[in-house]
Write a protein that binds this ligand. Structure first.
Ligand SMILES: NC(=O)C1=CN([C@@H]2O[C@H](COP(=O)(O)OP(=O)(O)OC[C@H]3O[C@@H](n4cnc5c(N)ncnc54)[C@H](O)[C@@H]3O)[C@@H](O)[C@H]2O)C=CC1
Ligand SMILES: CC(C)(CO)C(=O)C(=O)O
Length: 301
């Protein structure tokens, strides 16, 4: 397989690096990481160790690829879609968090777009080096559910490189369950400045559970079978399993950078048929912080 990984940050470098053990991989990212990968290859450490030498570039080559794996933050998806238009792609797979990424990619690109959820943990430690902070799995399939020959081709190719992969016919439910987890954990931990474990038995757990229940209700409004209990159980299970984690949104806030709140809590608000007060409040607070930091100037900030 010829694979292009757009967004060679933490997750893109990890998945791209793992894929490079079996496939011809090109990472698209930014210097100094790209420069270092070109000069010295990519080191993977942590729960998986490997040294690989994928191609690396800062612009999308005008070439044919069997797969483009998209791993930018959700707010960069429109730019990723535009840049990927320069390549000839057989398939596109988003492994991003949040809702709406596949629709943005599908609108701009001719290739079939697969939805993905990813529970691997990754952290870029220095240019040229990525740490696998948790071995997980990628689930992928058509965004509207069901089966597709494209998913049946991509899944085994990922498995051939040792990436734990499930080809799933129920991606809408999986994406909404992951969204409920992120809607519950990310903004609450970012605003309270606490690790995920603080939600298990502390006072910050209640707003997280409320946000997850609201996400489950909105999922059901859209015909997706996700109960309140399943969403709350998923938040509690993930918070306990990742208790020492600083969520990605807390890390974004720590780093003074823009967050994915629009694609997470904001996505719940946008799709709700009735009020979702926990998600409305979390979205407004995080957007308010982003606006004060000059990270957004749109009407929603
Ligand atoms: N890091 C993790 O453990 C996990 C991340 N995710 C999701 O995966 C997505 C990516 O997350 P991370 O890898 O943590 O983010 P990241 O910020 O480390 O990586 C994104 C990379 O894309 C690059 N990029 C953005 N626009 C670009 C452009 N136009 N040209 C070239 N490079 C560009 C950035 O420079 C950055 O290095 C997010 O949606 C996140 O929620 C999901 C599961 C786990
Ligand atoms: C699962 C969780 C909440 C782990 O921290 C995550 O996906 C994130 O931080 O974005």
């Amino acid at each position: 397989m010829r694979a292009l990984v757009f967004g060679a940050g933490s997750l893109g470098s990890l998945l791209g690096g793992l894929l490079a053990r079996a496939h011809d991989v090109t990472l698209v990212g930014r210097d100094p990481h790209v420069e270092r990968v070109r000069a010295e290859g990519l080191r993977i450490a942590g729960e998986v160790s490997a040294r690989v030498a994928p191609a690396a570039t800062t612009t999308v080559p005008a070439e044919r690829f069997d797969l483009a794996l998209v791993a930018v933050k959700a707010f960069d998806t429109p730019a990723a879609a535009e840049a990927l238009g320069g390549a000839d792609l057989d398939a596109v797979l988003s492994v991003q968090n949040g809702l709406g990424n596949e629709a943005v990619l599908a609108e701009a690109l001719d290739a079939p777009v697969l939805a993905g959820t990813c529970t691997y943990g990754a952290r870029l430690t220095e240019p040229g080096a990525v740490e696998c902070t948790g071995r997980g799995e990628v689930a992928l399939g058509p965004p509207d559910g069901g089966e597709s020959p494209v998913a049946d081709r991509v899944g085994p190719a990922m498995r051939a490189a040792g990436v734990e992969t499930t080809v799933a016919a129920d991606m809408p439910r999986r994406c909404w369950e992951k969204l409920a987890v992120n809607a519950g954990i990310n903004a609450v931990t970012a605003l309270a400045r606490v690790e995920n474990g603080a939600l298990v038995d502390g006072p910050a757990g209640e707003p997280a559970r409320r946000a997850a229940r609201e996400a489950a209700r909105v999922a059901r409004e859209r015909g997706i079978d996700l109960s309140d209990d399943a969403a709350v159980e998923a938040v509690e299970r993930v918070a306990a399993a990742t208790s020492a984690n600083r969520s990605s949104m807390l890390q974004d806030v720590d780093a003074g950078g823009r967050t994915e709140v629009d694609a997470i809590n904001g996505a719940v608000v946008d799709r709700a048929e009735a009020a979702v007060p926990a998600n409305e409040t979390l979205t407004a607070l995080v957007r308010g912080w982003e606006r004060e930091r000059g990270l957004r100037e749109d009407e929603e900030g």
